[in-house]
Write a protein that binds this ligand. Structure first.
Ligand code: FAD
Length: 452
């Protein structure tokens, strides 16, 4: 097992490995260990427990709040556990937590298979799945954690356990949604796969930001007729065009069996049926539906997250429709200190998102009609305060109508209320009870601490 101590020339790089965010906490562990096998991961947990130290866990290191960078103790970096095994007959995959979404998509595509991999190619499946996993086609395939069949977990007592619907079901329940609060080390996931959709197409449009209301009204209306295999996303962001410094972009991705099925699925976005107000005229840009490979879906998304920039983000679920949910934003977006900052809005299952998750099914139970994800992205440390203030202002505007948060991208370090707010109210006590049950001595650091 590779071990690096504070003071080692490689130590600092090992601590921030995987993070693309230059705005990192000052906390540092004493030791970073990199197990190369499950056996070494078990040994690491036992050794840290015996030494009375605490553990932080990392798979891909992509958490923007750097949840794995904690003060003292040992950081267990599982990046080397990155095996992918496919069973094409059973349609399952056995994957290590360090596997990146992009690599998984490519392996699945080659085998004619699919999975709700993350929209971004960089996150490790470890953190992605534990946080719920809002992957591609999630309105149809559901959040990815519901496609986990089984996992192997080293718990705080140093035992290697299987968690599944029939073995340690409480641990399985907790692992599907407790994200950075999960008290264990997952060494392997078994995932249920789908056949690769033969036809994946993407259509995009953009409009000036001052037409946000018109666009969201159209999408809210049209989405009522869109099948769940059409994934709509709306992004408001800065643009290099001086005539339109801020724009609203729309992307509709369809996962279909054929071109004819894809065309029929997208039809509600094209025509102007009497019941709808129709698509707003004169977009700034429009690309007609075009084929995209499953393994390339993440590329456009990755391009919006430059490595080495400074990031703050937050998330808001609401039971409002897209139009009403985004209404408070227009004026705020134009005042964003960085034109790279943006708001991403989605309506899983095209408005039926609240029903995608059965209450009590897993710790991932905070789900609603519309999800807004705000990212502030800038370069210069001198602009930190202005960007922090802007995100706070956006949060203040969205909080009155928010029903909860999405744990994996919420502002956990600055807003401690985001942790309970990321679980369904009925599940909060169970999450805390099970975390205490599996880790009574707080061996694992758990949810990121507040750092002011
Ligand atoms: C730019 C960007 C885009 C994103 N896009 C999406 C998206 O499309 N859908 C989505 O659902 N999420 C998305 N996320 C959120 C992302 O899924 C989470 O940040 C996730 O935690 C990243 O996984 P990781 O393994 O790389 O993270 P890490 O930083 O390695 O892990 C985060 C935390 O999860 C826990 N953890 C990780 N692995 C293990 C393990 N094996 N055992 C026990 N605990 C573990 C640890 O507490 C760790 O500190 C995005 C995040 C960013 C920054």
């Amino acid at each position: 097992m590779i071990e690096l101590l504070r003071g080692d020339p490689e130590f600092e790089r090992a601590v921030v490995e995987g993070s693309f965010n230059a705005l990192l906490p000052a906390e540092r562990p004493e030791i970073v260990v990199r197990p190369r096998s499950e056996t070494e991961a078990v040994a690491a947990v036992r050794a840290v427990a015996a030494a009375g130290q605490r553990i932080a866990v990392r798979s891909g290191g992509h958490s923007w709040v750097a949840a794995s960078v904690r003060d003292g103790g040992v950081l267990i970096d599982l990046g080397a556990l990155d095996g992918i095994g496919l069973d094409t007959e059973r349609m399952t995959a056995t994957v290590g937590p360090g596997v990146r979404g992009a690599r998984l998509s490519a392996a699945l595509e080659e085998a004619g298979l699919a999975f709700p991999v993350g929209h971004c190619g960089d996150p490790g499946v470890g953190g992605f799945l534990l946080g719920g996993g809002l992957g591609v086609n999630w309105g149809h395939w559901r959040p990815a954690c519901f496609s986990i069949e089984r996992m192997r977990v080293v718990t705080a007592d140093g035992e290697l356990r299987t968690a599944s619907p029939t073995e340690n079901p409480d641990l399985f329940w907790l692992a599907r949604g407790s994200g950075p609060g999960f008290p264990g080390v997952v060494t392997e996931f078994e995932l249920a796969l789908r056949p690769l959709p033969p036809c994946i197409r993407v259509e995009t449009l953009s409009y000036p930001l001052d037409r946000l209301g018109e666009v969201t009204r159209w999408l809210t209306d049209a989405s009522q007729d869109l099948p769940t295999n059409v994934e709509l996303s709306l992004v408001t962001a800065g643009s290099p065009d001086p005539a339109h410094p801020f724009v609203v972009g729309v992307a509709a991705t369809v996962f279909a069996g054929s071109v004819a099925e894809a065309d029929a699925a997208l039809a509600p976005l094209h025509g102007a049926p009497a019941a709808h107000r129709g698509r707003p005229a004169d977009p700034l840009a429009h690309t007609a539906p075009a084929d995209v490979a499953f393994s390339a879906l993440h590329e456009a998304v990755d391009a919006t997250y430059p490595r080495g920039a400074r990031y703050l983000a937050d998330t808001f679920w609401t039971d409002l429709d897209l139009h009403d949910a985004t209404a408070p934003l227009a004026a705020l977006l134009e005042r964003a200190p960085s034109k790279r900052s943006y708001v991403l809005a989605g309506m899983p299952a095209n408005g039926a998102g609240a029903g995608l998750v059965t209450p009590g099914e897993a710790a991932y139970g905070m789900h609603d009609r519309t999800l807004l994800i705000v990212y502030t992205i800038w370069e210069d440390a001198a602009d930190d305060a202005a960007n922090r203030a802007w995100l706070d202002e956006v949060a203040d505007a969205l909080l009155p109508t928010a029903t909860g948060h999405f744990l994996s991208e919420a502002d956990l370090r600055h807003r401690p209320d985001r942790v309970p707010g990321s679980f369904a109210p009925a599940d909060r006590a169970r999450v805390e009870h099970l975390r205490g049950h599996y880790d009574p001595d707080h061996l694992f650091h758990g949810f990121p601490a507040l750092v002011l």
